[in-house]
Design a protein around this ligand. Structure first.
Ligand code: MC0
Length: 141
């Protein structure tokens, strides 16, 4: 069902500082920036590679408020890997298939994600402690 790893989401306190760190250390390039009010984040996507079905990225996430998912995560665990996102061809179909296996879906329907994608989250407690995101990339023009 999974085609690829779409991105690894990393929680940070200061987006600009962490962008500079990842650019300097890994020579990655920012290809998109967005503020997603619904998810409570300001984020940047740094491109790693292109593959069949879409690219793969590091996603840097700064919370918009302390009571957002990333804000709470930072308070509890500090900076670091926040979630892993799998690229799927059809997010609604993946939600249905995974939900039928007893994994709790954190979203009732797909939501708006980075770069025009459709996304949904799975409960970390049902996936070995890893907050998991399903991503259907935006259709290519
Ligand atoms: C919480 N837990 C995690 C976790 N966040 N475990 C692994 N990774 C994480 N990121 C654990 C807690 O430690 C706790 O375990 C248990 O899950 C319940 O957490 P909680 O602290 O009681 O509950 P909340 O209120 O913090 O909710 C956690 C939950 C929430 C994962 C349900 O953050 C959520 O709905 N996340 C999905 C949306 C999201 O994260 N959006 C931001 C990225 P213990 O053992 O202490 O009970 S948006 C994004 O990434 C978009 C822009 C995109 O990719 O395009």
């Amino acid at each position: 069902m999974f085609m690829r790893i779409d991105h690894i989401g990393i929680a940070c306190h200061d987006l600009e500082e962490k962008i500079a760190l990842f650019e300097r250390t890994f020579e990655l390039t920012v290809v998109a920036r967005e503020t997603n009010e619904e998810q409570g984040v300001k984020e940047a996507m740094l491109h790693i590679a292109d593959g069949e079905g879409g690219g793969s990225y590091i996603q840097l996430l700064e919370p918009l408020s302390a009571d957002s998912p990333v804000g709470k995560f930072l308070a509890k665990r500090g900076e670091g890997v926040h979630h892993v996102a799998f690229g799927v061809p059809d997010v609604a179909d993946a939600m249905e298939q995974i939900g039928a296996k007893g994994v709790r879906l954190l979203d009732e329907r797909p939501r708006h994600g980075s770069m025009g994608s459709s996304i949904a989250f799975l409960h970390p407690k049902d996936v070995g402690g890893m907050l998991t995101e399903l991503v259907q990339a935006a259709p290519q023009p």
